[in-house]
Design a protein around this ligand. Structure first.
Ligand SMILES: Cc1cc2nc3c(=O)[nH]c(=O)nc-3n(C[C@H](O)[C@H](O)[C@H](O)COP(=O)(O)O)c2cc1C
Length: 186
């Protein structure tokens, strides 16, 4: 076999990733948490999390890349007192309902112990789920950095959420992200 043919077959060993780099450390430590202790996040954490998900960064663009520059991702915050829509341009929360929609998220028991519930929705079948993925990964990394736990969950009642969020026919629920205090393990 010629050297050229060999090089097509044998994998090239890359240098080890520089895990000590702060960003790579966060990526290395990221994990889905499924055991939470009760406790609420402070307002600053909520602000930082929402901004990380879909806020506006210093270039006037979003914290995530968006296909066609379409800002059709929506991020909602849900708690027992109601539902809020996060406006990333003005970095504000607007209450859209007084309904407690948490039961539509709580198909798994551990969810009840989490602190912050976010629901991502979109209107572009190809790209909105990708935007949600970028947003929730930012939040995962933020949670990792702050010693918080997070998990994304598709096992939610999307039809009922569609109704309580007041989504239009062309909009759809993508995924739920829960953030909270992880049960510490030795
Ligand atoms: C699109 C998506 C949907 C998920 N849905 C659920 C879910 O409904 N319930 C759940 O407990 N975990 C869910 N997870 C979390 C996965 O179980 C978890 O990411 C996987 O076990 C890998 O673990 P890690 O995130 O710690 O690497 C989901 C993850 C993704 C990416």
């Amino acid at each position: 076999m010629s050297e050229e043919e060999k090089s097509l077959k044998s994998p090239v060993r890359l240098p080890n990733p520089e895990i000590s780099d702060p960003l790579l450390q966060l990526i290395n430590n990221r994990v889905s948490t499924k055991e939470f202790c009760l406790g609420s996040l402070d307002e600053q954490d909520v602000s930082n999390i929402l901004w990380s998900a879909f806020g506006q960064n210093k270039k006037g663009t979003r914290t995530i890349p968006t296909a066609l520059n379409e800002k059709n991702l929506k991020v909602y915050l849900l708690n027992e007192k109601g539902i809020w829509w996060y406006n990333g341009e003005s970095h504000t929360l607007s209450k859209i309902s007084n309904e407690n929609a948490l039961p539509f998220l709580e198909s798994q028991e551990y969810v009840q112990n989490g602190s912050l519930n976010l629901v991502y929705t979109g209107s572009n079948r190809d790209y909105s789920p990708l935007h949600a993925g970028s947003a929730y990964q930012n939040v995962y990394l933020y949670a990792t950095e702050k010693g918080l736990g997070s998990v994304v969950r598709g096992f939610i009642d999307k039809e009922k959420l569609h109704r309580v969020l007041g989504l239009k026919d062309d909009e759809f629920v993508i995924i739920h992200q829960l953030i909270g205090y992880p049960v510490k393990k030795d």
